[in-house]
Design a protein. Structure first.
Length: 729
């Protein structure tokens, strides 16, 4: 878990040097002297229609797809942004709730159409990828802390029924694509600093030599946070090497590393604490020094081989390891029973997998057939968080188990465009057969705590179908339907609900949640104006809910049926006819997410048996009932720009019984910046302010926290300034 700066820098320098050596060697073999530069390798901008590959695994125009798809381009990721949290960029996407908790021990709170909101840390219900390589582990749990936004070219977001074609993801699919190496070779240094002693420093190298392109970036982020006990330091590195081996074969290699040592956790606040002083910290957080250490390294390769003009083979292989140690605020007396797994969560995981597919395309449409196999090995331990009278230290072992999870899926999806009865329409369909098996071996068997070993298997057949009609070149109408699944993650299986017999061991009675979704929508693109409208309806059975949440430990159960429905709208317009350089953007949505069946949950601790009734019709906690973000930006021909944005977040329910909530809030932000180019050198500088009115509000909630410490305060008025300098040669 511990990593020193020298070791970290050595890893990165080795990675960069090896990449550059390989580039030079391949350049000597593949390039000829005195040749004119390849036009495709220059930095000249090219205006083309947006293309996405997340939805179909084949590059496609979103106007021709019966799916809700959003793309955040490079400027939306990097311009006047800290480039640390995914929440900075995803506010541009309707239906996505991405909240910076200001708590780096828990990561960004991310949900899509109400899926994923119950996760107390990390991301679930949403499939995550980086450059085609899974960032979600086989159990469905994912993290976004290692996403390298400083080297990202774009973010693609797929919502709705067709996300089921990626398996264990009922809410959607998010994929971050690293920029590709281009010529000339360029080194970029970035510094951004602001409120709460926030500082990010990064350096990036980008280049292309003949058939080889490379990007390598390292950065460091520090913050004291807006509250006591919320400081964090994060080291990150990302590298991409793409090689055109031949006219038919391209190989892309990705490497990624993140280290988060001792990220502090201020815990949530009760309503009275929040109202009295939203900047205070829970006393238990200080008493037990609540914190988390995280380190993750992963890498993979993607190979594409073209067989002929219409057929191709694609192969992805990846591997990684992740280690987490988290100190929780669990009282000493609570840990006395032999069945209690302690106040420190400690696990390390190694994981690997492959995805192989065949792609056939032509004037008639396309089809992709593939198979995936993923393996996750976990060593999970629990320790007491005290030694004698010393608190917040690693104590005696209280849990020790080995878990292995295998996921094997086969999938087929395709598009048929040649419809004689409707020439401008296309039919899209796919099916995925998914199988997940978990085996747990208990290694902690003592008096009063027996053998909790066990196994469980989940399987599902996930179909999706849709039709898209290009009514006119500027307008498309579509409809789609599909079935999704969310299998329990290892974190959700880790603890049995109160009242279980026996009380210890994995929660193997937990069932996967299954959902049926329908969606209709329209897309418009013409004369600098683009717009999308989507209406969706999703019904889920065996919804997985937080049945108890105390001291940072969550137990889950199935709660019956739920219903989600909503409207999503996004618009982007270039308003040069009004004012040269003026641009307007809007993302808005409504969400009505409710329980269709009643069930019982835990009240105040200690909870021996769930006994508090959750009524049918209650809203699902953790997600706003509406949200909107809009921005007006003006860019002068000199490179100076100014922008103002308004963000509205609707009311958020904090618990299943619905007696606590976060009030709706509207926030205003602004930024000013400049971009200048001098030959092969460029400069970017900016100043931005957020929450300019200084409102006090809770940005996120800890769902069903047993001590009613639901509220995670958002930052107040904050300022951020940054400068980025690029030099090419």
């Amino acid at each position: 878990m511990r990593i020193v700066a020298a070791r970290f820098l050595l890893r990165i320098l080795t990675l960069v040097l090896v990449s550059m050596v390989e580039v030079r060697a391949l350049h000597a073999q593949t390039s000829a002297p005195n040749l004119a530069p390849d036009p495709a390798s220059t930095r000249a901008p090219v205006t083309v229609a947006p293309v996405v590959i997340t939805a179909t695994r084949i590059a496609s125009d979103p106007m021709n797809l019966p799916m809700a798809i959003s793309v955040v381009e490079a400027d939306g990721i990097s311009e006047a942004q800290l480039q640390v949290n995914l929440s900075e960029s995803l506010q541009r996407v309707p239906g996505v709730n991405a909240q910076n908790r200001n708590n780096y021990a828990q990561d960004v709170q991310l949900s899509v159409r109400g899926f994923g909101a119950r996760s107390s840390f990390g991301v679930r219900g949403i499939k995550l990828y980086t450059d085609g390589i899974p960032a979600s582990q086989p159990d469905g749990q994912g993290q976004v802390s290692h996403f390298s936004l400083g080297s990202a070219d774009r973010i693609e977001m797929l919502r709705g029924p067709f996300s089921a074609l990626y398996g264990n993801a009922a809410g959607g699919v998010i994929q971050v694509f690293t920029e590709s190496g281009v010529s000339p070779t360029t080194v970029t240094t970035t510094v951004a600093a602001g409120s709460n002693d926030t500082l990010r420093v990064g350096i990036k190298a980008n280049g292309r030599e003949g058939a080889v392109g490379y990007v390598a970036q390292v950065d460091r982020f520090d913050t004291d946070g807006p509250r006591p006990q919320s400081a964090a330091t994060r080291f990150g590195a990302n590298a991409k090497l793409d090689v055109k081996v031949s006219e038919a074969t391209t190989v892309t290699v990705i490497g990624n590393h993140v280290n988060l040592p001792g990220a502090q956790d201020p815990l949530g606040l009760t309503r009275s604490e929040f109202n009295a002083n939203a900047r205070q910290v829970n006393p238990l957080a200080l008493q037990f020094n609540t914190r988390k250490d995280l380190e993750q390294t992963q890498g993979g390769a993607r190979v594409r081989h073209t067989l002929n003009a219409t057929q191709a083979l694609e192969f992805v292989a990846y591997t990684g390891e992740r280690a987490v140690r988290q100190f929780q605020a669990i009282p000493v007396a609570t840990q006395a029973p032999a069945t209690y797994p302690g106040g420190v969560i400690d696990f390390d995981r190694n994981y690997y997998g492959v995805d192989a597919r065949f792609v056939q395309s032509g004037a008639w449409g396309n089809v992709a057939l593939g198979v995936t196999s993923d393996v996750l090995n976990e060593n999970r331990r629990g320790y007491q968080n005290f030694v004698g009278t010393a608190l917040g230290v690693l104590g005696a072992l209280r849990r020790d188990e080995k878990n292995k999870l295998n996921s094997t899926d086969g999938y087929m999806q395709g598009e048929w465009r040649m419809l004689p009865w409707l020439p401008e329409a296309s039919i899209h369909a796919g099916i995925r057969a998914s199988s997940v098996k978990l085996v747990s071996a208990d290694k902690y068997i003592v008096a009063g705590n027996g053998d909790d070993s066990g196994s469980v298997r989940y399987s599902a057949l996930l179909p999706s179908v849709g039709v898209n009609w290009r009514v006119m070149p500027a307008l498309s109408l579509y409809a789609s339907a599909g079935r999704g699944i969310e299998t329990p993650t290892l974190n959700e299986l880790a603890y049995r609900p109160p009242g279980s017999v026996p009380a210890t061991g994995l929660n193997l009675s937990l069932l996967p949640a299954r959902s049926d979704s329908v969606e209709i929508g329209a897309k418009w693109r013409r004369d600098g104006v683009s717009a999308e409208l989507a209406l969706f309806d999703t019904k889920t059975k065996d919804e997985i809910v937080v049945i108890s949440n105390s001291g940072g430990r969550s137990a889950f159960a199935n709660a019956g049926r739920t219903h989600r429905r909503g409207i999503e709208l996004s618009t982007r317009a270039q308003l040069d006819e009004w004012v040269a350089g003026l641009q307007w953007e809007l993302a808005a949505n409504t969400l009505d997410a409710r329980y269709r069946d009643g069930f019982k949950t835990c009240g105040a601790p200690p909870c021996t048996v769930p006994s508090v009734l959750v009524a049918a019709g209650n809203r699902l906690p953790g997600v706003p009932n509406r949200a909107a973000w809009t921005e007006l930006k003006w860019t002068h021909a000199s490179g100076v720009y100014v922008a103002a944005e308004v963000k509205h977040q609707g009311r958020i329910i904090a618990n299943d019984i619905g007696d606590e909530s976060v009030n709706a809030v509207t926030l205003v932000g602004a930024r000013i910046g400049v971009q200048q180019q001098w030959g092969k050198a460029s400069l970017r500088a900016f100043l931005r302010g957020d929450n300019l009115s200084g409102k006090t509000y809770a940005g996120a909630v800890i769902v069903n926290e047993a001590n009613r410490r639901y509220f995670e305060p958002a930052a107040g008025r904050t300022w951020l300034a940054g400068v980025s300098l690029s030099l090419g040669w």
